[in-house]
Write a protein that binds this ligand. Structure first.
Ligand SMILES: Nc1ncnc2c1ncn2[C@@H]1O[C@H](COP(=O)(O)OP(=O)(O)OP(=O)(O)O)[C@@H](O)[C@H]1O
Length: 320
């Protein structure tokens, strides 16, 4: 397979990944991937299960040290330590919701601000006196973010008691609390009903309107093709195609490897009233070109939740 070249965006480059490769023993999960995200862009990353999308995100955010390749944010090479990546301006959400289940909505967002305060994460978790002072300063910004994400009225609710869609919104609010210039979203609509998906789409557009670039992994092709300025397709760890939604949807290799059927022919998901249903991609099931072994848990996953399961209330992980 020939790797598709990176299309340099016309705008200033926020993220630049060069030749990122990640090997796990004999398995090459990501192979020589180049990708750029420009200021103000929404870029989609799609591909079959096991294609290497989350592994690539993990390489961008310091959870994995790539076997080869480099990752830069606004022209500066990113650290290999996740908290320094966040501090540099790159925030992310996870496939599996990872909120502090027994903390309130407001507290979750305040914890997300720890890279922007002098107090560290442990100080935040232990609610030290120093943290409480910093918290007062941060609270105003946290409340702004809760207003922005439509969660202000839930500020004192425990995260575990929020409906699923609101838990995902809270994850985004917490990521925004670190004041990123680039937000990485890993399957933000997984398990959502169509109404929640539309709300998430509006939220992502509002985030971009605030000047934050977005790189999003999604299996919901309507979401991707409605919103993204560019879409990159990973197959078996390699970038197969990159281009506008029109280019990618029409590419026969993408149709063969992933989409299966042109997106306009796909019936809309029928989950509006079945909020407990397991999520399904909006696209028809297409066998992976090369079925990969079952994904291993991400290095910081503590909850063991299936990647796209919609959890019952209270199943929120206790580690972000
Ligand atoms: N820590 C790890 N150790 C070993 N193999 C891993 C590890 N993480 C991922 N892999 C493997 O790397 C490959 C890519 O997995 P990855 O989760 O990145 O795919 P994905 O495109 O995000 O899939 P999905 O759409 O199902 O989330 C898979 O074969 C997976 O089993």
């Amino acid at each position: 397979m020939t790797t598709a070249p990176s299309l340099a965006p016309a705008t200033d480059t926020v993220l630049k990944a060069d030749g990122v490769t990640m090997r796990f023993g004999g398995l090459t999960a990501v192979r020589g991937v180049d990708l750029t995200v420009g200021a103000g862009e929404i870029v989609g990353l799609i591909g079959p299960n096991g294609a290497g999308k989350t592994t690539f995100f993990n390489c961008l955010t310091g959870l994995y040290v790539p076997t080869e390749g480099t990752v830069s944010y606004r022209g500066t090479r990113l650290s290999r330590k996740p908290h320094l990546v966040t501090q540099a301006g790159v925030a992310r959400t996870f496939q599996n919701i990872r909120l502090f289940a027994n903390m309130t909505v407001l507290e979750n967002v305040l914890v997300g601000r720890h890279t922007r305060t002098k107090e560290g994460l442990w100080s935040a978790l232990l609610r030290s006196p120093g943290f409480k002072k910093a918290e007062r300063t941060s609270e105003e910004r946290a409340m702004e973010l809760l207003e922005f994400t439509g969660l202000a009225h839930k500020r004192d609710h425990l995260a575990r008691n929020l409906p699923y869609g609101e838990q995902r919104k809270l994850e985004i609010a917490r990521a925004l609390a670190s004041e990123p210039g680039l937000l990485l979203l890993d399957e933000p609509t997984a398990g959502m009903n169509p109404q929640e998906t539309r709300a998430t789409q509006d939220l992502v557009l509002a985030i971009r309107a605030q000047g934050i670039a977005v790189l999003v992994i999604e299996h919901d092709m309507r979401f991707i093709f409605n919103m993204c300025d560019r879409v990159a397709v990973l197959v078996q760890g390699q970038k197969l195609v990159e281009g506008t939604a029109e280019v990618v949807q029409a590419d026969e290799r993408v149709i063969a490897a992933y989409l299966g059927t042109p997106v306009e022919d796909v019936a809309p998901p029928d989950r509006a009233t079945d909020t407990a249903a397991a999520p399904e991609p909006a696209t028809p099931e297409t066998p992976d070109p090369a079925p990969a072994p079952a994904p291993a848990a991400e290095p910081d996953a503590a909850d063991g939740t299936a990647p796209t399961d919609r959890p019952a209330q209270g199943q929120t992980g206790d580690t972000p």
